[in-house]
Write a new protein. Structure first.
Length: 182
């Protein structure tokens, strides 16, 4: 993408985003320092890229902050009560690298201990795909509204009232949500 920089002489210089942080020469002889890519995008009126919702949630959890500071997400009354919702967005899958037991039996019956040894030699380590993405999402809910979270759809709706949690649930629509403590 190309961005336009203004020189003090009045000319406009077109620069690519790969030139961010570099120096460009204007026809008048002045040297212009190309701003960072973030600044180039801001000057062009583009929105900065958003962090993925998982990173925002992880940052909030590490900082021990709640997205909604002091109000119940369901009724809006001031409360100190917090409910922790365990949200399992993604689980890593593990594939066993060891051959099935029936193959050991068949090789033993066919070739004896040599067959079992050959089958065992072909075994591999377990393989894991994906990442465990499980978040303990704190949700400010007053004591009067806490019973409404027993219904899974109501729990999802309550979490969706917090913008960052809504983004997380939109990214992982099949996330499993449970109330881990009241």
């Amino acid at each position: 993408m190309h961005y336009v920089l203004d020189c003090e002489c009045g000319r406009k210089i077109s620069v690519r985003e790969t030139a961010a942080g570099a120096k460009e020469q204007c026809e008048c002889g002045r040297t212009l320092v190309v701003p960072s890519l973030h600044e180039l995008r801001r000057l062009a009126g583009l929105r900065p890229p958003e962090l993925p919702p998982e990173k925002v949630v992880e940052t909030l959890l590490l900082a021990r902050k709640l997205p909604e500071e002091d109000r119940c997400v369901l009724c809006g009354t001031a409360t100190e009560d917090v409910v922790c919702c365990t949200t399992e967005c993604e689980k890593a899958q593990t594939l066993s690298g060891s051959p099935p037991r029936w193959l050991y039996l068949l090789s033993y019956l066919t070739f004896g201990w040599i067959g079992v040894t050959a089958v065992h030699a072909t075994s591999r380590d377990d393989r894991e795909w994906g990442t465990d993405r499980v978040f303990p999402l704190p949700l400010r809910v007053c004591a009067d509204c806490g019973h409404r979270l027993d219904d899974p759809s109501a729990l999802r709706t309550a979490l969706s009232r917090v913008p960052v949690y809504r983004r997380l649930l939109e990214k992982y629509p099949r996330a499993r949500i449970t109330v881990s403590s009241k």
